[in-house]
Ligand binder design. Structure first.
Ligand code: NAP
Length: 543
C-alpha cells in the first residue's frame, strides 16, 4: 500500500486540520490565525527559515518598494507599536529580521517544517482529505490545504542558449547566496532591467571593475526618495495607526496616502499638470500614478506622465544615446510594475558601466566566459540574472495539484488562471490561495491583501467546522462570473497593452492572460463583503 493509499483509508482521521505551504508573511499569519481557532496546523517551507520573498531575494540593494510603516502586519496592535523600522523602505535584511521577530513572538517555528518542498497535493473525495507528499518522502493528510506560496517565487532562467555552460559565478536575484557576494575587481554582466536589476545595478556598479547591463525592455523608474525613518515620524504615524490602516482599505492600492484620484488629467492645463507631476516626482514612490483618474485608462493621458518621466531620464543621463535607450517607449507607464530606484539612471554616467541593447539584436548565446550579442562578445567573470519569475501561476506548474475528478490545476490553468475571488478554485474543495491570481495581491500593498485573505480563509474554515458543512466547494457559475469580471476590468484599462509578467508574457509558451485583479482594493473588499453578507455566495458547504 502506498503512503497515499494508506492515508486515504483513514477518513475523519486526517493528520492535520490544515496544511499551509509557505512560511512567508502569508503562511505565518495563516498559521497564527488557525492555531487561534484551535486547529491542528502544519506549515511546509522549502527554505531553512521564515520570510518567503525576503528570505530568497538577498541581492545587493534589495528592499521593498512600499514604505515600511505600511508594508507590515496590522493584525496585532502591540506588534505594530513595538517594532521600530529603521528606514523609510525596509531593506531585505530588516524585513527578514522582522519576519523572524514575528515567528519568535508568536512561537510559530514549532509548527513549521523547513527545508521541505511539496511535490504533490491530491484530493480524495471519499476520505474528504488532501494528501500531500514532500521531497523528503513524507505523505500527510489534511482537511484544508492553503497555498501561501507567493506570486513571485518561481525564478526563471532565461531561455538563452548556453546559459548553463557559463563557468563563472551565475547568480539569480531571486535565489541569491546567503554568504556575502563581493564584486570587487570583477567584470560583471547583468541580464534584465526590471525592479530587481534597477535596485542591484547602482550597488554592483559601485563595486565592480566593469558592469555590462543587457537591456531588452527599458522600464520606467521613479526615485524612491529613500532615507532613514526618524523616531518622530515613526511615533506620529503609530499614534494614528488604526486610522491609517482603516483608510488604506478605502484606497485602490491599499496605501492610505494614495487616495482614489478625483480629477482627470484633462481637468487641468499643461502648467498645472506639469506642477502636479513635479510634486509627485519630488515626493517619490508610486505617487505619480495616483495623480489623475485616467492615467491607466486613457493612452493620451498616460503619455503625458510617460513623457514627463522620459524627460527626467534625459536630464539624468549625460550621453544622449544612452538616455534614449533608457527611455521606455513600448508600453504605457504603470502597466508594468513601476520601479523605484536610488540613482539608477545616474549610474549610466559612470565610466565602468555599459548599456547593451538586446532588443534589436538579442543575446545569441552565452559561453563559459562571455555573453554574445550578434558579432560582439562581452567577457565577464560573473553573470547576474535579474530575469524574473514564472509569476502567479508558476507554483501550480511546479507542483502536482490534483482536485476532484482528477482535475489537474496546471492543466486547468494552461489557458490562464480560473479562480473565485483569487481565493479558491472550482473542483478543488477545501483548497485556498492567499493572494492568488485574480485577486488584487500584487497590485496592492501585499501585506494588507494577505491579511484580508487570511481572515476570509479563517472565516470559511470556521463555517466548515459547523457539523454538516465540512466540505467547501466553489460553484462553477460563480467562478466563471469572477473570471469574466476580472478580464472585463483588465480590458477596460491599458494594462493589457504591456508585455509583462502580469500577462504571462515573460514566459515563452505561457498563456497571455492578464492575471491580477485591477479593480482596486476598495472595490474588491466591497465585493467580498457582499459575498459574505449573501451567505458566502458562490461557495457550497456540504457534509
Ligand atoms: P521582471 O520585472 O520580470 O524583469 C525581468 C527582466 O529580465 C526584464 O527586464 C526582462 O526583459 C529581462 N529578461 C528576461 N529574459 C530575458 C532574455 N532572455 N533576454 C534579455 N532580457 C531578459 O523581474 P524582477 O525585476 O525580478 O521583478 C519582478 C517583480 O518582483 C517586480 O515587478 C516587482 O513586483 C517585484 N519586485 C519588487 C521589488 C521591490 O519591492 N522593490 C524588487 C524586486 C522585484 P523584458 O521586460 O523584455 O521581458
Amino acid at each position: 500500500m502506498s503512503p497515499i493509499d494508506k492515508h486515504h483509508t483513514s477518513a475523519q482521521q486526517n493528520d492535520f486540520d490544515a496544511i499551509i505551504i509557505g512560511a512567508g508573511f502569508a503562511g505565518m499569519y495563516m498559521l497564527h490565525k488557525l492555531r487561534g481557532q484551535g486547529l491542528r496546523v502544519r506549515v511546509y517551507e522549502r527554505g531553512d527559515d521564515v520570510g518567503g520573498t525576503w528570505y530568497w531575494n538577498r541581492y545587493p540593494g534589495a528592499r521593498c518598494d512600499l514604505e515600511s510603516m505600511d508594508y507590515s502586519y496590522s493584525f496585532d496592535d502591540d506588534l505594530q507599536q513595538d517594532w521600530d523600522w529603521q528606514e523609510k523602505y525596509g531593506t531585505q535584511p530588516e524585513l527578514l529580521k522582522y519576519a523572524s521577530h514575528v515567528a519568535d513572538r508568536f512561537k510559530l517555528r514549532s509548527d513549521i517544517v523547513f527545508k521541505t518542498k511539496i511535490r504533490s497535493a491530491r484530493y480524495n473525495k471519499e476520505a474528504q482529505a488532501w494528501t500531500i507528499t514532500t521531497d523528503q518522502g513524507d505523505a500527510v493528510s489534511t482537511t484544508h490545504l492553503i497555498l501561501a506560496t507567493g506570486n513571485l517565487s518561481t525564478p526563471q532562467l532565461p531561455k538563452i542558449k548556453g546559459v548553463e555552460s557559463f563557468s563563472g559565478r551565475r547568480l539569480h536575484t531571486g535565489a541569491w547566496p546567503h554568504d556575502p557576494v563581493s564584486f570587487k575587481g570583477r567584470r560583471v554582466g547583468i541580464i534584465g532591467t526590471g525592479s530587481s536589476a534597477i535596485q542591484a545595478i547602482p550597488i554592483i556598479a559601485d563595486q565592480a571593475e566593469h558592469l555590462t547591463v543587457f537591456q531588452r525592455t527599458a522600464n520606467f523608474s521613479i526615485p524612491a526618495r529613500h532615507g532613514p525613518l526618524s523616531k518622530a515620524d515613526s511615533k506620529a504615524y503609530k499614534a494614528r495607526y488604526t486610522e491609517h490602516r482603516a483608510t488604506a482599505k478605502e484606497t485602490p492600492f491599499g496605501i492610505a496616502k494614495y487616495k482614489t484620484p478625483t480629477r482627470s488629467c484633462w481637468d487641468v492645463d499643461d502648467t498645472e499638470r506639469q506642477n502636479i507631476y513635479e510634486k509627485a516626482w519630488a515626493e517619490g514612490g508610486q505617487a505619480l500614478l495616483f495623480a489623475f483618474t485616467d492615467l491607466l485608462t486613457d493612452s493620451k493621458a498616460n503619455e503625458t506622465a510617460a513623457e514627463f518621466v522620459r524627460e527626467r531620464i534625459r536630464k539624468a543621463v549625460n550621453d544622449p544615446a544612452v538616455a534614449e535607450l533608457l527611455c521606455p517607449k513600448d508600453h504605457p507607464i504603470g502597466t508594468k510594475r513601476l520601479c523605484l530606484d536610488s540613482s539608477y539612471y545616474e549610474t549610466y554616467n559612470r565610466g565602468n558601466v555599459s548599456l547593451i541593447d538586446v532588443k534589436n539584436t538579442p543575446i545569441s548565446h552565452i559561453e563559459a566566459d562571455a555573453v554574445v550579442v550578434g558579432h560582439d562578445r562581452y567577457e565577464i567573470d560573473d553573470l547576474v540574472l535579474a530575469t524574473g519569475y514564472d509569476a502567479m501561476t508558476g507554483v501550480a506548474r511546479d507542483m502536482d495539484i490534483v482536485g476532484e475528478g482528477g482535475m489537474d490545476l496546471a492543466r486547468l490553468w494552461a489557458g490562464g488562471p480560473q479562480t473565485y475571488l483569487g481565493l479558491m478554485v472550482a473542483n478543488f474543495p477545501n483548497m485556498y490561495m492567499i493572494t492568488g491570481p485574480q485577486s488584487p495581491g500584487v497590485k496592492s500593498q501585499m501585506i494588507l491583501s494577505i491579511e484580508h485573505h487570511v481572515e476570509l480563509i479563517a472565516a470559511i474554515i470556521k463555517k466548515a467546522q459547523i457539523p454538516g458543512s465540512a466540505t467547501v466547494r466553489v460553484e462553477q457559475d460563480a467562478q466563471d462570473g469572477w473570471v469574466e469580471h476580472n478580464n472585463a476590468v483588465a480590458d477596460s484599462t491599458l494594462y493589457t497593452e504591456a508585455a509583462s509578467w502580469y500577462m504571462g508574457s515573460n514566459i515563452p509558451g505561457k498563456a497571455q492572460v492578464f492575471m491580477p485583479y485591477v479593480g482596486g482594493v476598495k472595490r474588491y473588499r466591497a465585493y467580498c463583503d457582499e459575498v459574505i453578507n449573501d451567505g458566502w455566495r458562490g461557495l457550497k458547504f456540504s457534509a
